[in-house]
Structure formats: C-alpha cells, structure tokens
Design a protein around this ligand. Structure first.
Ligand SMILES: NC(=O)c1ccc[n+]([C@@H]2O[C@H](COP(=O)([O-])OP(=O)(O)OC[C@H]3O[C@@H](n4cnc5c(N)ncnc54)[C@H](OP(=O)(O)O)[C@@H]3O)[C@@H](O)[C@H]2O)c1
Length: 331
C-alpha cells in the first residue's frame, strides 16, 4: 500500500472538519485506493501540530504555539496540502504562499479559499504544470455543488457556450425571504445574521464579489477564459427594494443574484447582477441556502445542477472529494 501524507494549512471551521472526516475515512482510502493516508500536520495562523507517523483525533485538541507558516508546512513535505485559510482577494493571503510552495515542490494541492485563485490563478496553474503537480479547487467553486467537475469532466467533448450560476447561498436566502415573506432587505439580513446564515460582515456576499470570484475561478480554471476580476461587471442585491420585489411578485417573476459568463465569438464576458426568472424556469425554484449552475453547451444541451449541504461538512467533503480524485489517479 502506498503512503500518502496530507497536511492542512488553515485550521478553522473547515480545516478542522476536513481533519475529522479525513481521519474517519482512512479505512475507505485504504480499501478503495490502496492508500495509507496519514495526516502529518495541521496549522492555524499561530499554532499547529506535526506528527510524522500521522496524527490521531485526540492530537488535534491542543495545538502547539509557533508551529505555523510556510517553513513549518515545507518541513512536513506533504504529498497533498489542503489549504483552508482566510480568503484575501487583494493579496492572495497566506494561501498564496502555501499553495505556491507546495506546487513548486511538485506536491499536489487542494484549495478551499478563493483569494489566491482569483489573485494569482495563472501563476499557480503555471507552477503546477511546470512541476508536474496537481491543483484541485472544488471547495473554492461553490463547494458541494459539482461545478468545476461538471465543466472539466461531465461536459468533456462539448463546447460551453454560457454559464449561469446562483453561486452564493446567503444572497439566495435573502432574496427568497424578501419574496416569500414580503420583508425588506435590512430585516432579511438581520434575520439571516441572527440565524447564522450570513456573516457579521456580509458585504462580500451582498455586493456580489463572492459570486464574481467563484464565476471567475470557474471561467479561468474550467474554461481558460483568461479573465481578471476587473473584467467582471459586478452588481449586488443591496439596492433591491420592497417595491421592486412586490412588482416582480405581481408579474410572476423571481429574482436571483446570478453570475453569468457568455461568449461573443471567442471573447468571454462575465457579469454579476440581479436577474429575474418566470415560474416555469428552474432558477425560480432554488430553495433557501441552495446554489445552482446552468451550463449551455453546443451539443449536450442545457445542463442544470442544484443543491448544497450543511456547512462546514459540505465544503470539507468537497475538499476530500478532491483528495479522492488525486488518490484515484496516482502519479
Ligand atoms: N465556512 C464555509 O461555509 C465556507 C465555504 C466555502 C469556502 N470557505 C472558505 O474556506 C476558508 C476557511 O473558512 P472557515 O470557515 O474555516 O474560516 P475560519 O474558521 O475563519 O478559519 C480560517 C483559518 O485560517 C487560519 N489562518 C489565518 N492565517 C493563517 C496563516 N497565515 N497560516 C495558517 N493558517 C492561517 C486561521 O487561524 P487561527 O485559528 O489561528 O485564527 C483559521 O484557523 C475561507 O477562505 C472561506 O472563504 C468557507
């Protein structure tokens, strides 16, 4: 059985759930992939834990101060690095250093945060290619919803003509609350924050930037679109009024915050805006905290995927799907 050493950089909600599930699934990895998967290290911003022979669940409660950073992770030399740190679109954040080091060493990486992929996606892909390494990104592209897999694998052989996605669950929840219960934007937001469905600072979600980043990553990694974030025309949902909602309801229309990529000839154009859908369109029926992606193709027709699980388990499972994809195709 081959040994596969895994490390996790970023040990918050998602990173901890990844560790818990990974340790729970070791027997499956051995049985299905003939792989002896060991968790050889984890770290947050200031503290971490290393275990050459593999950490056990009981080792993860107490982290040791000072065990963190690129030097710490490089010393672990993991076969696979799962990165689940903060998202920073402006600089790429700590993820950029961790991912770049790992790929440069020829190790495989699974990215969960979006910042580095938006800021330096081309650089990271170039590093992966140059060093024979693989970079998987399911956790950063709407997580449990199969988006990048659908484009890369499910639709292989077809040409994608357009993508349209409800890629942010928080805004979908807010628009549904406004439509279904006639409440205003502020009230819906307050309610979502109280219920833990919206972050304390929800600006990235409601201003459309989270959707824009997911669309950009899908377009660049899945379709080689070569877009920069400045190329995406972005609108959020902050300006949606009760009056607009009442008028849409009267007309039998349902609003969604949608990221859309379409082509004029070979030139891609990306945007994020509120669009409305008639009741006979599946996009009118995307429940609460769910996401959806519709892809128009030249020869496979129109494909729709919709769904999503509870966090942090759903995103952690998406990261571990990427790990399984790496295990299933040993280098
Ligand atoms: N939560 C979700 O539902 C969800 C879904 C999809 C994607 N994501 C993305 O997944 C990522 C993680 O989300 P989360 O909810 O787990 O966030 P979180 O709970 O805030 O965890 C972030 C972790 O990153 C660590 N960190 C910060 N700087 C670091 C550094 N320089 N080196 C190593 N670790 C560092 C933090 O360390 P400390 O513990 O020391 O502060 C913390 O452990 C985010 O980028 C988020 O956008 C989240």
């Amino acid at each position: 059985m081959r040994r596969v050493n895994v490390a996790i950089a970023g040990f918050g909600n998602i990173g901890r759930e990844v560790a818990r599930l990974l340790l729970e699934r070791r027997a499956r990895y051995a049985q299905v992939y003939d792989a002896d998967v060991r968790l050889v290290g984890v770290c947050g911003s200031r503290a971490g834990r290393a275990g050459g022979d593999g950490l056990e669940p009981g080792d993860l409660a107490d982290l040791e101060e000072g065990l963190s950073g690129q030097v710490f992770v490089a010393a672990l030399a993991p076969d696979v690095l799962i990165e689940a740190g903060p998202t920073d679109f402006a600089t790429g954040g700590p993820a950029l250093g961790y991912l770049a080091d790992q790929l440069e060493r020829g190790g495989d990486a699974v990215a969960v945060s979006k910042g580095a992929l938006v800021h330096s996606g081309v650089h990271l892909r170039t590093l992966a290619k140059a060093n024979g390494a693989r970079l998987r990104i399911s956790g950063a592209t709407a997580a449990a919803l199969p988006t990048i897999d659908l484009i890369e694998t499910g639709l292989r052989g077809a040409r994608v003509l357009a993508l349209e996605g409800v890629l942010n669950a928080t805004t979908n929840y807010l628009l549904n609350a406004m439509m279904e219960r006639g409440i205003g934007f502020e009230e819906a937001l307050h309610e979502a924050q109280a219920g833990g469905f919206a972050e304390a600072d929800p600006s990235r979600d409601i201003e459309g930037w989270d959707t824009a980043c997911k669309l950009l990553i899908l377009a660049n990694f899945g379709l080689d679109a070569g877009l920069a974030i400045g190329d995406v025309a972005v609108e959020g949902i902050g300006a949606v009024t009760r009056e607009a909602v009442a008028a849409w309801r009267e007309q039998g229309l349902v609003p969604r915050l949608v990221g859309r990529l379409e082509y004029t000839g070979d030139t891609p154009r990306a945007s994020v805006s509120v669009r409305t859908y008639p009741l006979d369109d599946p996009f009118a029926h995307i429940p609460g905290k769910t996401k959806a992606l519709r892809v128009e193709t030249d020869c496979m027709g129109e494909i729709l995927t919709m769904g999503g699980g509870r966090e942090p388990r759903a995103t952690a499972s998406a990261a571990l799907k990427d790990l399984e994809l790496l295990l299933s195709e040993p280098r």
